[in-house]
Structures are given as structure tokens and as C-alpha cells.
Design a protein around this ligand. Structure first.
Ligand code: GAP
Length: 506
């Protein structure tokens, strides 16, 4: 893992059609990414696995009972009152700092500084946290300053937000040359605004949803009335969310348009601790089940001072984190599991003026109450990025120099089918097998170039199995199976191939 270079991975993603910069032909647009043919399959496999495992398959809860989860698919633009109730209009802010010299914008809490200890009159050099290039630039500027001014002392590192106004005045921005060009941090609302209707007017402002969760809360009563679910139960949604991030970065990790896979799981308030622990552990295991290694995953319980506004004084909040190459040796958030208490349902009850619609009536106990919520909220793009990082394995012994070791369930293409040569009836047999396998799986037929080049293409795509039709196939009806990870080659009967593949793909 430590050897994965993001530059190499990004180059492979572009070359092989996993991920492209959005509107690349016009120079791109910061914070927006497109998925190419292989990337679309990979991300779809991830979302499909999540939906199958969370909504369609039977999960057994901590009480030994089947877990009930139903799905919704809500609009991206909702009544703006939703976002007042949720707290996003008033509180979904990031502190932002502008540089008057370079015109760059930074998140204040992502800026770090280097300077000489106790040097109150010299210069301090800011850089962007977890950005090695930015850190190297700040180091170079500090070294030049030390040489020029014959300054001396130990080097100190601190957060930009910890500097006094006087210290900020002598701070050189990450992309600037002169000190004092970084503005004071200002709060910046992350929601994208638009207008609904023909006229642009303050009265018809609406927002692109910054999380899918609120569509679920707003439909709480509709779901209760239209299904047979009873507390404890969950509502799941997969869909786009939009945040006007101050500093989108690290490939797709922090984007301005991304997809979430969220469940709001409604429970009795007195069972919050039990369900919170169950969801946290189940979700952690799920990421392992689709191929993320335990060495690259960690659970991090939030400290009380970093809890979100809705999670205060709850049973807990934790992040499931992945060791991305750009965070290593540290970790970055992949999914949050939060006890949201009854914050959202209460807020909507107050703001929509229909309090009873947000409360649950327990017929057995003859009581009405606001259920509490445990929310596992995962990022589909961060998940896809983690799968790509995990799979990327440099291997100088292979012609491709790299192999993408996706879990077979996640692999965009499940198998390659090749005729060894384009004669002697081999293409016809190979095409027949290809058509047969295609009925159930995404498979590729490739009759071009040398067999080595075809294997190399499949290694870069992360295809776990390749079936080659060769001279022996025509005499004994067997094919060569090439295993991506071990490079082992074995032979199986051609009529066994569909069942053989089904079994391995589960
Ligand atoms: N409803 C709760 C919620 O939205 P969050 O921690 O802000 O919580 C949940 O987001 C997940 O969405 C994160 O764990 C991450 O995977 C993904 N996510 C959040 N912001 C993102 C961004 N700017 N780019 C890509 N993914 C993001």
C-alpha cells in the first residue's frame, strides 16, 4: 500500500477509463469527476453490493430478528425549508481563507504553518495539510528565509487557526511570495444555490441537497403509511449530493458533486447504544467483505468536541477510515456512523408544523414518541477510490507493470474470453462461450493482438479470470483458465465454465 503513487493511479484511471476529469476538453472544472466505462462498472458494483446487502438480503440485528430496511429515491432539490430545519442553512459552513496575492482559496482548518520558534517578527510559511508538494514549498521558502536573514532556531509547526492576528500578518500563503496576503477566516456556506422557476429572485432560492439523509426524514411518515415497517426499521437511499467544498482535492476524495449511500435507522431511544455498536461493527465488516484489507481500515470514535450538531450527547459517532495513499500513514474518512438522536425528526416536526407526522405510534405500548436514529452514511466515490487504491499493485514481472486486484464481486469485468489465434475455428468457439457468459456477467471478448498483451489489458482492468480457447479446446473441449492474482493456468471443460464462474463470483 505504501508504494502506491497517486500520480500512477490517476494516470491508470485516465488511460483505462476508470475516471476522467469532468469537461476535460475545456480544461476541466475543479472538484468534478466523470467515470469512464470501467469506472462506471466498478462504482455500480459497489452501490449494487451495498443495496443488495443492506436492503435486499436478510440482515440479522442485535436482537436476533431480521432487520427491516426499505428504499427511497428522493429529489435533489427540495423545499428550502427542509434545509432550514436540518440546520444546513444556518450551520453548514466551513471557515475559508482567501489569498489576495494568488487568488487561491483554502479551508482555514486545512492550513498549517512552518516558522522559527519564538520568531515574532520574521516570516511564517503556510501550507496545505496532507499535501506533500505544498509542504515541500513551505520548507523551501523557510530555508531561503533562514539563509537570507541569517536566522536561527528550531522549526515550529502549528495550525493557521492558532496564529494571532499579528502572526497572520507575517504569514506567507501556500501559493504566495509576500507575507500578509491571507484574509481572516470567514464562514462559507457549502450549499449550492439555484432558483426554481423562470425568474431569478430571492423568494425562489433553492439548494442542491448536501446530503441524501433529509429526503429520508421528510418522507418518514409517507414510508410508515405506505409500508408495513415498524420500529426498529431503516430507510435507505443512494444518490447524488453536492457541496461547494472550499478546497476539493485528493482526486475524487473531496469533490463538489459526489454520491452517498445512506441509511437512517429508526429505533427506540433506549436501544440506541446497542444499535449504534451493531451498525458500526457491521459496516466495518462490510467494507472488509468487498476487499478492503483490515490493515488499511480503522474505526475511529469521535471525540466529544468533534461531534456534529445532531450527534451531541448521543450513543456515539465513529468514522470508518481507510488508509489512502495521500493520507498514509494516516487514514481518511470513508463512512460515518452516527447516533443522530431524534434531532432531525424533532426539527422537521417544529418547522413543518405537523408534529404528529414525525412521531411514531407504537400500537403495542400505546405510546407516541420521536424515534432515535442511527445513521451509517457512506460515500460511493470515496468507496470506489478506496477500492482502486487497494487494488492497485505494481508488478514489474507483468507486461502491464501493474495489476488491479479487485475483489471478484467488485471487478468491473468478470472474465475475458480469447481465441488463442484467429483461425482453425477458435474465434467461433470463443464467441459462443462469450455470448453464453454474457447472459449473466460482464465479460469481454478480445481477439486482437498477442495473448500476452490481452492478459496485460485484463490485468490493468482487474479482470479476475481469462478463458482462452486454443488447439486443445478443439480436440478435448477444455479451455485454459488464467487466474489474475496467482498467474496460475489450469484447464477446465468448456461446458463447465459458466457454473465455474458463477461459483467464484458468488
Ligand atoms: N448525512 C450525514 C453526512 O452527510 P458526512 O460525513 O458529511 O455525513 C458522509 O458525509 C460521507 O459522504 C462521508 O463519509 C464521505 O464518504 C462522503 N463525502 C462527504 N463529503 C464528500 C465530498 N466532498 N466528496 C466525496 N465524498 C464525500
Amino acid at each position: 500500500m505504501a508504494t502506491v503513487s497517486m500520480d500512477d493511479l490517476v494516470a491508470l484511471c485516465r488511460r483505462r477509463g476508470f475516471i476522467f476529469q469532468s469537461s476535460e476538453i475545456y480544461g476541466g472544472i475543479n472538484g468534478f469527476w466523470d467515470y469512464g466505462p470501467l469506472g462506471t462498472l466498478l462504482k455500480r458494483n459497489l452501490k449494487q453490493a451495498w443495496w443488495n446487502d443492506m436492503v435486499e438480503r436478510e440482515l440479522v440485528g442485535p436482537d436476533g430478528q431480521p432487520v427491516d430496511i426499505v428504499g427511497v429515491d428522493c429529489t435533489i432539490i427540495m423545499n428550502p425549508k427542509v434545509w432550514e430545519a436540518s440546520g444546513h442553512v444556518g450551520g453548514f459552513n466551513d471557515p475559508m481563507v482567501d489569498c489576495k496575492e494568488s487568488k487561491a482559496r483554502y479551508r482555514a482548518d486545512h492550513l498549517m504553518c512552518l516558522g522559527l520558534k519564538g520568531d515574532k517578527v520574521g516570516q511564517i510559511f503556510a501550507y496545505v495539510e496532507s499535501d506533500d508538494t505544498s509542504l515541500a514549498q513551505a520548507r523551501r521558502k523557510l530555508e531561503k528565509y533562514i539563509k537570507r536573514e541569517l536566522a536561527d532556531g528550531d522549526i515550529d509547526r502549528c495550525a493557521f487557526t492558532a496564529l494571532s492576528a499579528g502572526e497572520r500578518a507575517i504569514t506567507v500563503g501556500p501559493d504566495a511570495k509576500t507575507p500578509g496576503t491571507l484574509t481572516e477566516p470567514r464562514q462559507f456556506n457549502l450549499m449550492f444555490k439555484t432558483n426554481v422557476g423562470a425568474v431569478e429572485d430571492p423568494t425562489n432560492i433553492a439548494y442542491l441537497r448536501p446530503e441524501t439523509a433529509q429526503g429520508i426524514f421528510a418522507n418518514f411518515d409517507n414510508v410508515l403509511n405506505s409500508t408495513r415497517v415498524r420500529v426498529p426499521f431503516g430507510i435507505a437511499q443512494v444518490g447524488k449530493a453536492f457541496r461547494n467544498e472550499v478546497t476539493p482535492r485528493n482526486f475524487t476524495f473531496r469533490s463538489r458533486e459526489f454520491e452517498q449511500m445512506e441509511i437512517e435507522f429508526f429505533i427506540r431511544p433506549d436501544s440506541a447504544a446497542e444499535w449504534y455498536a451493531w451498525w458500526r461493527d457491521s459496516r466495518f465488516r462490510w467494507w472488509q467483505s468487498i476487499g478492503l484489507s483490515s490493515g488499511n481500515l480503522q474505526l475511529r470514535e469521535h471525540a466529544s468536541d468533534e461531534l456534529a450538531h445532531y450527534a451531541k450527547a448521543g450513543a456515539g459517532t465513529s468514522d470508518i477510515e481507510y488508509r489512502f495513499p495521500f493520507t498514509a500513514p494516516g487514514f481518511g474518512e470513508l463512512e460515518g456512523v452516527a447516533h443522530r438522536s431524534d434531532f432531525d425528526l424533532r426539527q422537521h416536526a417544529t418547522h413543518c408544523g405537523k408534529g404528529d407526522k414525525m412521531r411514531y405510534f407504537d400500537q403495542e405500548r400505546n405510546e407516541r414518541y420521536f424515534p432515535h436514529v442511527i445513521e451509517p452514511s457512506a460515500g460511493a466515490d470515496r468507496g470506489t477510490l478506496a477500492l482502486l487504491c487497494e487494488a492497485y499493485t505494481p508488478d514489474p514481472a507483468r507486461p502491464s507493470g501493474v495489476v488491479m486486484r479487485f475483489h471478484p464481486r467488485m471487478a468491473p469485468v468478470k472474465a475475458g474470453v480469447f481465441p488463442l489465434v484467429n483461425k482453425d475455428g477458435m474465434p467461433e468457439v470463443a464467441e459462443r462461450l462469450y455470448r453464453d457468459l454474457r447472459k449473466r456477467h460482464v465479460v469481454e471478448y478480445d481477439p486482437k493482438q498477442s495473448i500476452g498483451k490481452r492478459y496485460a489489458r485484463m490485468d490493468e482492468a482487474g479482470t479476475p479470470y481469462c478463458f482462452t480457447i486454443d488447439g486443445d479446446t478443439l480436440t478435448n473441449q477444455t479451455v485454459t483458465v488464467r487466474h489474475r492474482d496467482t498467474l496460475e493456468q489450469s484447464r477446465i471443460a468448456i461446458d463447465q465454465v459458466p457454473a465455474w464462474l458463477d461459483e467464484r463470483l458468488g
